[in-house]
Write a protein that binds this ligand. Structure first.
Ligand SMILES: Cc1cc2nc3c(=O)[nH]c(=O)nc-3n(C[C@H](O)[C@H](O)[C@H](O)COP(=O)(O)O)c2cc1C
Length: 325
């Protein structure tokens, strides 16, 4: 939430053509009762994108899934992992690990409503549950209604006493448990999530037999490291690796179009701050964008100037006077 909005996804798609991208969690009530259809806005270039829904009312989730499918999303994913208070109060997210029957009902209703695949993102348990029992039971019950793809954040959520942020770091990761699910459920497509920081680590999980890996924070903060070589290393494509520089250049017309529509530069550049993380000029890039983008009237010339700081030779490749298409 607040991170993988449409601008972030557009950038990430420039860096990696094949990875499945996810929307932020959008609650079913917001779409169905609130009519907040703007939350579904996207560019076709972002695809494939899974729309992640939050909710626990089967009929409402089915209606939201239908709206998402009509908007063009390639997959509907149910969030059974979010630990925030706000979400708990609406019986969304991780608290649903306590009610696999309801999750199965929700998924069945969504599957009846749409043709695109319905998938689930979950934890290994919550609070004092024993993950050794809870995770296989959850996969069996939800798998029984026909869900065949799960992304599993390999740690519990502690719903009382930890903030959402702490719930992403403090409960220990148990990759072995998630790995054992591969043997127990050979027909399921299982992706592991949580604490994976590099492309090397992601590849090691795939080599160990996982069907997929899901990366959150590393993909956001170090997209250059994690995404640029992923098409070649994970998906086996022949195309040359993408580069952060090329992505910046390719963002310029997108940014111009956003500004012409009345948008602000910072709405896009906030997702670009980590593009050069660990590379020469990264600090200057981040500083120039952080300081300059919030200013009134800030535009693509700021990005061109920041890019020149990163690698002067790259600046010459920015098409001068590049304007919106
Ligand atoms: C700021 C923030 C917002 C998040 N929002 C969502 C969300 O909307 N839906 C979701 O399934 N997970 C969300 N997550 C959790 C991540 O998807 C992921 O499961 C978690 O960060 C662990 O993976 P990582 O170590 O690769 O980041 C969020 C994480 C962060 C840091």
């Amino acid at each position: 939430m607040d991170w993988t909005d449409r601008h972030c996804r557009y950038l990430h798609r420039l860096l990696c053509k094949n990875a499945l991208l996810y929307t932020e969690m959008i609650t079913a009530p917001a779409l169905v009762r609130g009519g907040a259809l703007y939350l579904l806005d996207h560019s076709p270039e972002e695809f494939p994108v899974a729309l992640q829904l939050g909710g626990s009312d089967p009929a409402e989730l089915a209606a939201a899934a239908r709206i998402g499918e009509e908007a063009g999303y390639a997959e509907i994913n149910l969030n059974v992992g979010c630990p925030s208070d706000r979400v708990q109060s609406g019986t969304f997210g991780a608290v649903l690990m306590k009610d696999p029957g309801l999750v199965a009902e929700c998924c069945a209703a969504m599957m009846d409503a749409v043709k695109v695949e319905v998938t689930v993102k979950c934890r290994i348990g919550v609070d004092d549950q024993n993950p050794e029992d809870v995770l296989p039971e959850f996969l069996a019950r939800v798998g029984a209604v026909g869900v065949s793809r799960f992304a599993i954040h390999a740690r519990k959520a502690w719903l009382k006493g930890l903030s959402p942020k702490e719930n992403r770091d403090i409960p220990p990761l148990d990759y072995d448990l998630v790995h054992r699910m591969i043997g127990l459920f050979p027909a399921l497509h299982l992706s592991v999530n949580g604490g994976i920081e590099t492309l090397d680590e992601a590849c090691a999980f795939l080599d160990a037999g996982f069907d997929g890996v899901m990366l959150g924070r590393a993909a956001y903060h170090q997209p250059g490291d994690v995404l640029c070589a992923a098409d070649r290393r994970v998906f086996g494509t022949d195309a040359p690796d993408s580069t952060p520089q090329d992505a910046v250049i390719a963002m310029l017309p997108y940014i111009e179009a956003h500004l012409i529509r009345g948008g602000r530069l910072i709405q896009i550049t906030r997702h670009m701050l980590g593009l050069f993380a660990g590379r020469p000029g990264a600090r200057a890039w981040r500083r120039m964008l952080s300081e300059g983008a919030p200013r009134d009237g800030a535009g693509p010339e700021l990005i061109e100037a920041a890019l020149a700081q990163v690698q002067p030779s790259e600046a010459a490749r920015v098409p001068l006077g590049c304007r919106a298409v």
